[in-house]
Design a binder for this molecule. Structure first.
Ligand SMILES: *Cc1c(COP(=O)(O)O)cnc(C)c1O
Length: 344
C-alpha cells in the first residue's frame, strides 16, 4: 500500500465525514441562505476571535481576499521570502489586485524584526506605500515552523505603531495551536484578518475560511463572487469542514509525533540531514543534497511518496491518512535510502 507523504492535502474524507456531508441542510449560499455554511462561518470566526467569517474554495482565495482588504492597488504587503502568498499563489495578489510585495528572509520562516523595521516605507512621494504585513503560522516551506507567540505580539505592536494591518495566513494554524498550546483566538486577535484551511491536516475535501471584522468580510464576500468563487449549496462542503473542526483538531498531535519519528529515524543514520528538535509540527524537511531526486524516485518505487521542496531538499508531511505504523515504515525506508545514497 502506498504511503503518501507529499502533502497533508492528499487526505480523503472519512466515512463519518461523508455521512455528515450527506446529512447537511443546504440552501443557496449566493443568497446567504445555506444554513450549514452560515453556522460554519459564525463558529470558526468565533474560534478565531473575529466578528465574521467567509467560507472559500481555497486558502489562496482566502489570502487574496484578506490581503486585498488591507492593500490598495500599487501599495505593498511585506512578508517572508518563502511565504505561500509570494511563492505558491501564482501571483494572484499582483494579477488580480495590483498588490506589490517586498520580503525579508529567515531560515526558519520567522519574523526578522531588524530587517522588517527597515522595510516599512516612510510616507513619501517616491516610495510604494507599505500597507500591511503578512505572516504565516505554521510556516509551510520553512518546515511547519510555529511562530513564537511573543513574535506575533511584537508584530502587532509594530504594526499598530506604524499604522499597518496584519494578515495571518493560518492554513495550518490548527497545527500551531495544538503544538504550542496557544488558543486559536489568541493567535486570531493579533491579526486583522486570518485565513485557515480545512483541507490540510483537518482532512476536509475542500475549503478554507477568512475571518475578520464584519465590514471587511462583507466586502470579501463581494470580491469572492467577482473572482468566480460564489457557490450555491456549499453546505455539503461546510458540513465536512464542520466535522473536521469538531473531530480532527486534537488528533493533529499524532501527526506531530509521526513527523518527529520520521526525523529521528533518518537523523539516527544520516548526519546533518535533519534536526529532529526542529520538527515542531507535521512537516519534515530533509536536506539530502545532490541525490535528493534519486531518493525521491527510489522511495516511490518502494511505495513511499515524498516531494522535492527545493534543490537537494525532500519534504515529508504527515496527516490523517498516515498511521503511526505507516510513518514508522516510511521512516525506515527513507532512512535506508538516504544513508545508502550518502555513503556512495
Ligand atoms: C496550502 C496553503 C495555502 C492555501 O492553499 P490552497 O491550495 O489554495 O488551498 C495557503 N497558505 C499556506 C501556508 C498553505 O500551506
Amino acid at each position: 500500500m502506498v504511503i503518501d507523504l507529499r502533502s497533508d492535502t492528499v487526505t480523503r474524507p472519512t466515512p463519518d465525514m461523508l455521512a455528515a456531508m450527506a446529512a447537511a441542510d443546504t440552501g443557496d449560499d449566493v443568497y446567504g441562505e445555506d444554513p450549514t455554511v452560515r453556522v460554519l462561518q459564525e463558529r470558526v470566526a468565533g474560534l478565531l476571535g473575529h466578528e465574521a467569517g467567509l467560507f472559500t474554495v481555497t486558502g489562496s482565495m482566502a489570502n487574496v481576499l484578506g490581503v486585498r482588504a488591507h492593500v490598495r492597488p500599487g501599495a505593498e504587503v511585506l512578508c517572508e521570502a518563502q511565504a505561500h502568498i509570494v511563492r505558491a499563489e501564482l501571483g494572484a495578489h499582483a494579477v488580480t489586485q495590483g498588490v506589490t510585495t517586498r520580503t525579508w528572509s529567515h531560515p526558519q520562516g520567522r519574523i526578522d524584526f531588524d530587517v522588517l523595521h527597515r522595510l516599512v516605507a516612510p510616507p513619501s512621494p517616491y516610495f510604494v506605500a507599505t500597507a500591511a504585513i503578512e505572516v504565516e503560522n505554521t510556516h509551510n516551506f520553512a518546515g511547519g515552523v510555529v511562530q513564537p507567540l511573543q513574535d506575533l505580539q511584537k508584530l502587532r505592536s509594530l504594526a499598530d505603531r506604524a499604522g499597518l494591518r496584519v494578515h495571518l495566513d493560518g492554513a495550518r494554524l490548527w497545527n500551531a495551536h495544538v503544538a504550542a498550546a496557544v488558543p486559536l483566538d489568541t493567535y486570531g486577535r493579533l491579526a486583522d484578518t486570518v485565513s485557515v484551511c480545512f483541507s490540510k491536516g483537518l482532512g476536509a475535501p475542500v475549503g478554507s475560511l477568512l475571518a475578520g471584522p464584519s465590514d471587511v468580510i462583507a466586502e470579501a464576500r463581494e470580491w469572492r463572487r467577482r473572482l468566480g468563487g460564489g457557490w450555491r449549496q456549499a453546505g455539503v462542503l461546510a458540513a465536512a469542514a464542520q466535522y473536521a473542526v469538531d473531530k480532527h483538531v486534537e488528533r493533529l498531535a499524532d501527526d506531530h509525533v509521526n513527523a518527529r519519528i520520521i526525523a529521528e529515524t533518518v537523523a539516527a543514520v544520516a548526519d546533518g540531514v535533519v534536526d529532529p528538535a526542529a520538527v515542531q509540527t507535521n512537516i519534515v524537511v530533509l536536506d539530502v543534497g545532490e541525490r535528493a531526486a534519486d531518493v525521491v524516485g527510489a522511495a516511490h518505487d518502494q511505495g513511499v511518496l515524498v516531494g522535492l521542496a527545493g534543490p537537494g531538499v525532500i519534504r515529508a508531511v504527515t496527516h490523517l491518512d498516515v498511521s503511526s505504523t505507516q510513518a514508522r515504515a516510511a521512516a525506515d525506508i527513507l532512512a535506508d535510502l538516504i544513508s545508502g545514497h550518502l555513503a556512495r
